[in-house]
Ligand binder design. Structure first.
Ligand SMILES: CC(C)(COP(=O)(O)OP(=O)(O)OC[C@H]1O[C@@H](n2cnc3c(N)ncnc32)[C@H](O)[C@@H]1OP(=O)(O)O)[C@@H](O)C(=O)NCCC(=O)NCCS
Length: 292
């Protein structure tokens, strides 16, 4: 067997690798929609250039995809890199290939001055054994409902307005460009917006799939939350909420609905720059909607 080489994915290799990733992360898990259309910002046409592969001869045995992003906190701006689609083809597992790919992915990030890397995984101890620190401030809320008639959501055209509200209301955030707003996280079939315009502008960013809703974020004044909840829950049999400990939206849901919350334990961090090591990074939470 040819010895393994770690490299960037080429444009020619990308379609076959994308098909393998779609099979692993989408269809084998009973979901639909290619990763390329779900995550056009991370898995679109130029994704090959951000993909580290382990190649043996002409075959790719293992890979991971990176997406660099800005991270804003009240006191500073940071450069982060999220890592996703960590994959080794079934016949090549258990040989340390994914570990090698991950380690090579970090080297250029260090060299470029990227402050930290982050990934989300439910695998037990795998990433911790490779030197990542598991630390998550996220919450997942679940509520089952008897559905009432659905209200219509809006598609995502008003990007300036959304970005303005995000800037005004989220002291910690990933700034989003027009493409970033079009992501459809798994397993939703579409992403939509509900607006509350009674007192002040506020929005709910929600994934929809039949009678299931996935709330990614609710941004704006708490006086708008009842109106937004009315729209989110209309037509829903199940509502899932992605949130962070201590948010106004979390507090409102606890006080006004029967939603049950549990702690998430998915985020794994790798601090790269000296200033990131000094930072209060344990207070950071990258929103669900921004992840790959
Ligand atoms: C997880 C995955 C990338 C590991 O790739 P790999 O090249 O076999 O990984 P390595 O050889 O570096 O490490 C193998 C280790 O991973 C562990 N591992 C594999 N799958 C695991 C799982 N589901 N849960 C916990 N550990 C797991 C193995 O036990 C092994 O540990 P050991 O070395 O102590 O025996 C591969 O199994 C895969 O592609 N799985 C399907 C896609 C997936 O789940 N990706 C991860 C998304 S976060």
């Amino acid at each position: 067997m040819a010895s393994p080489i770690i490299d960037r994915c080429t444009e020619a290799e990308w379609p076959a690798l994308l098909a393998a990733l779609d099979a692993t992360f989408v269809t084998d898990r009973g979901r639909t929609g290619s990763l390329a259309s779900r995550f056009p910002n991370a898995m679109g046409e130029t994704a090959f250039s951000n993909t580290v592969v382990l190649r043996q001869g002409e075959e790719i045995s293992s890979c991971c995809v990176m997406r660099e992003f800005d991270w804003i906190t009240p006191d500073a701006q940071w450069r982060g890199a999220m890592i996703g689609m960590v994959y080794t083809k079934a016949a090549a597992r258990g040989r340390g290939y994914a570990a090698q790919v991950l380690s090579h992915a970090l080297t250029p990030l260090h060299a470029k001055g990227v402050d930290f890397a982050v990934l989300w995984s439910g695998l037990d101890h795998y990433y911790e054994n490779l030197g990542w620190t598991r630390h998550d401030r996220g919450l997942l809320g679940t509520l089952n409902l008897a559905p009432s008639p659905a209200l219509s959501h809006h598609p995502l055209p008003a990007v300036d307005r959304l970005s303005h509200l995000q800037r005004e209301n989220q002291p910690q955030r990933v700034p989003r460009n027009a493409v970033d707003w079009t992501v459809t996280p798994l397993p939703a079939s579409t992403t939509g917006i509900f607006w509350a315009e009674a007192d002040d502008d506020a929005y709910a960013l929600v994934g929809l799939n039949g009678e299931t809703r996935y709330v990614y974020e609710v941004v704006g004044k708490p006086t708008s939350f009842p109106m937004l909840w009315h729209q989110i829950s209309a037509g829903a049999r199940q509502v899932y909420v992605n949130d962070v400990v201590g948010s106004a939206w979390h507090r409102w849901l606890i006080a006004n609905t029967a939603m049950q919350f549990k702690d998430q334990a998915l985020a794994h961090w790798r601090l790269l720059s000296p200033r990131a090591h000094q930072a209060r990074w344990r207070g950071w939470h990258i929103p669900w909607f921004d992840r790959i």
